[in-house]
Design a protein around this ligand. Structure first.
Ligand code: NAD
Ligand code: AKB
Length: 330
C-alpha cells in the first residue's frame, strides 16, 4: 500500500475526496491529508469556491453533495477510495431553518454511505458532535454510553447519523469512522455557524479591538479543542487498524473545557487591556443543553487518543499565529 515519492516521504496509495473542504475543518484537514497522501491524491470539493489556502496544493472540484448522481460520477471519475464528508449545517444556523439542516445533514450522509457500499470504498469519515448530548445527559465528564436526548435539529441529525454509520458498517461492511468533536478553535479558517464560535471570535476581537462581547454567558463551560488536536485525532482514528475501532457509532473526544470568563482571563495574560462583556442570545439555550466536559476514555483505550493542547497552550499558539498572519498582511 506504500509508494516512495521523490520528496522522500512515504505516501499511501489512496485517492481521497474531501467534501466541504472550504470549511473550518475542511481546509486544515485537506492540507494535512495532502501532506500524507500527496497533493494530487486528495481532491478537495465544496459547494462554495475553493479556499485561498488550498489553492495550488491539489485538485479542487465544485460539488453539491446533495446531487447523488454527480457525486457518484466524481467518485468513479477520480478513482476515489476514501471519502471525508464534512458538509453540514451546524447548531446555531440549524435552528434558523430546521428542515434544511435535517435535509443536508442526513441526505449527504446517506448519499455517501450508499455510494461507499456500491463502490466498495476502503474508508469513510463523518464527524458527529458533542451536540448529540442533551439536557438529560451528565454535565461533567459525559461518558461514551449515557442518556442521549438532543434538543437541537443539529444534535438530532448527528445522533441519527451515528446510527446510520453503525448500520452501514454492521449490515454492509462499510468501514465508516466517526468522532464527536467538541467546539473547534482555529486561526486558519473561520467557523461556520456553531454555538461554540465565540471561542474563535474572541481571539480575533482581542487582537483587533482589545474587547469582545460574548453571545454566551460568562460562566458557560463547554467542551472545546484546538484544531491541530482535532486534525491529529481524525487522522489517528482513520489510520488505526479496523479491529481497534470498537465504537462504530461515534467516539467521544475531549480536549479542554472552559467558559468565556476563563478564556478571557487567559487572553488577558497576553493582552492585559482585554475587556470581556456578555450579551447572551438564542445560542445560550443550545449551550445550556450540552455537557460541560467529556469523558473520552474509550478513544484512549481503543486507539490511543491523547490531546496535546490545554487552554494556556492553545491561547498562546492562537495569538502567536494571529500576530504572525497580521504581520505578513501588513
Ligand atoms: P463549516 O460550515 O465550516 O464547513 C462546511 C462546508 O460544507 C462549507 O464549506 C460549506 O460550503 C460546505 N457545504 C455545505 N453544503 C454543501 C453541499 N450541499 N455540498 C458540498 N459542500 C457543502 O463546518 P465545519 O466546522 O468545518 O464542520 C465540518 C463537520 O464537522 C460538520 O459535520 C460539523 O457538524 C462537524 N463538527 C464541527 C465542529 C466545529 O466546531 N467546527 C464541531 C463538531 C462537529
Ligand atoms: C457547534 O457549535 O454547532 C459546533 C459543534 C460543537 O458541533 N461547533
Amino acid at each position: 500500500m506504500f509508494a516512495y515519492s521523490t520528496n522522500r516521504t512515504y505516501m499511501k496509495k489512496e485517492k481521497i475526496l474531501v467534501i466541504g473542504a472550504s470549511g473550518q475543518i475542511g481546509v486544515e484537514l485537506t492540507l494535512a491529508l495532502r501532506k500524507i497522501y500527496g497533493g494530487a491524491n486528495v481532491v478537495a470539493s465544496d459547494l462554495r469556491e475553493e479556499n485561498e489556502l488550498l489553492k495550488g496544493s491539489g485538485p479542487y472540484v465544485s460539488l453539491d453533495v446533495m446531487n447523488k448522481e454527480m457525486l457518484h460520477v466524481q467518485i468513479i471519475r477520480q478513482n476515489i477510495t476514501q471519502v471525508y464528508l464534512l458538509a453540514a449545517i451546524l447548531s446555531a444556523t440549524g435552528e434558523k431553518n430546521p428542515p434544511l439542516a435535517w435535509n443536508l445533514n442526513m441526505q449527504s450522509l446517506l448519499n455517501v454511505l450508499d455510494i461507499a457500499k456500491e463502490e466498495k470504498l476502503t474508508k469513510v469519515y463523518w464527524p458527529s458532535s458533542i451536540a448529540v448530548f442533551g439536557p438529560t445527559s451528565p454535565k461533567n465528564e459525559c461518558p461514551q454510553y449515557t442518556i442521549i436526548e438532543p434538543t437541537t435539529v443539529y444534535g438530532i441529525s448527528k445522533y441519527a447519523g451515528e446510527f446510520w454509520c453503525n448500520y452501514y458498517y454492521q449490515r454492509y461492511g462499510v468501514d465508516v469512522r466517526s468522532l464527536r468533536y467538541p467546539g473547534l478553535i482555529s486561526y486558519k479558517s473561520s467557523p461556520g455557524g456553531g454555538t461554540t464560535d465565540y471561542a474563535v471570535e474572541i481571539f480575533h476581537a482581542a487582537k483587533e479591538k482589545q474587547k469582545y462581547t460574548s453571545f454566551l454567558r460568562e460562566d458557560t463551560h463547554l467542551p472545546m479543542m484546538y484544531m491541530p488536536d482535532a486534525i491529529r485525532a481524525t487522522i489517528e482514528l482513520m489510520e488505526a487498524p479496523a479491529e481497534k475501532i470498537k465504537v462504530r457509532t461515534s467516539y467521544n473526544l475531549s480536549g479542554m473545557s472552559f467558559s468565556p470568563i476563563e478564556i478571557g482571563d487567559e487572553i488577558r495574560k497576553h493582552i492585559p487591556g482585554f475587556q470581556l462583556d456578555v450579551k447572551p442570545d438564542y445560542r445560550q439555550q443550545i449551550a445550556d443543553s450540552w455537557p460541560k466536559s467529556i469523558d473520552d476514555s474509550k478513544a484512549s483505550e481503543d486507539w490511543g487518543w491523547k490531546p496535546e493542547f490545554d487552554l494556556a497552550k492553545m491561547t498562546a499558539d492562537m495569538l502567536m499565529n494571529l500576530n504572525a498572519s497580521a504581520g505578513s498582511e501588513g
